[in-house]
Write a protein that binds this ligand. Structure first.
Ligand SMILES: [Mn+2]
Length: 228
């Protein structure tokens, strides 16, 4: 049986991603890698992480969308002042823009044709990412699933943003592997281990970009690899 390896919330931390794949001994011919969203924002190498993610997908990885990818698409397509301020000042979009050598203060006014082509390629790529991946055994999703709505009928926006309603309300048979909410929110401050909830939810966001760690959950063994 193939190992499944799940990683979430890379947030521009290219070096940690590379080191973690090595630590887990990832072999695309033997293993199924599942990336659970949030490749960009807050950390240093968003553009390079997206390029790496595309490469990993070509090698067979499943690549899901996170709420931060959704913010990049919205910022790029809408160019709306209030949203721009929120994304660049609160959600770490400024770091993503710097990785494209774009000034975070100008709403793409100074973007060159060359930069625009690269950003557009990444935006198109993000729009092709599904919001969840379901197998006979597991559900993988960035934020979580809505407790009373069938997965296939849930708005993708909910799947990438949901927190408490899912954490407290899920009671399905299938374990849900999710990111989005750093696991110190479950364990207590400063503890970034994978969180195994009593209600079949498995949180893997180790808050790498906040000084925590980048986790990799191996299934079905539930072995864990991480890079601090
Ligand atoms: Mn995140």
């Amino acid at each position: 049986m193939k190992r499944m390896l799940a990683i979430s919330d890379i947030h521009g931390e290219l070096a940690k991603l590379t080191a973690l794949l090595q630590e887990a001994n990832y072999d695309p011919n033997e293993d199924q890698l599942i990336l659970v969203g949030d490749y960009i924002d807050r950390g240093p190498n968003a553009r390079e992480v997206l390029d790496k993610v595309m490469e990993l997908q070509q090698g067979g990885a499943i690549v899901l969308r996170g709420n931060h990818e959704e913010m990049l698409v919205r910022a790029w397509e809408n160019r709306e002042e209030a949203f721009w301020q929120k994304w660049t000042r609160i959600n770490g979009g400024d770091q993503t823009l710097r990785s494209y050598q774009v000034d975070p203060n100008t709403i793409f006014a100074d973007v060159t044709e060359e930069q625009a082509a690269i950003i557009q390629k990444h935006v198109d790529y993000i729009k092709s990412m599904p919001a969840y991946y379901e197998t006979d055994q597991y559900i993988f999703v960035h934020g979580g699933v809505h407790p009373t709505t069938p997965l296939a009928e849930t708005d993708p926006y909910v799947l990438v943003w949901i927190r408490d309603e899912f954490h407290n309300g899920y009671n399905g048979e299938k374990p849900v592997i999710f990111g989005h909410t750093p696991t110190e929110r479950f364990h207590g401050e400063g503890v970034f281990e994978v969180y195994f909830g009593a209600n079949n939810i498995i949180g893997i966001d180790g808050g790498a970009v906040y000084g925590g760690r980048l986790n990799c959950l191996e299934l079905p063994s539930k072995s864990i690899y991480f890079i601090e």
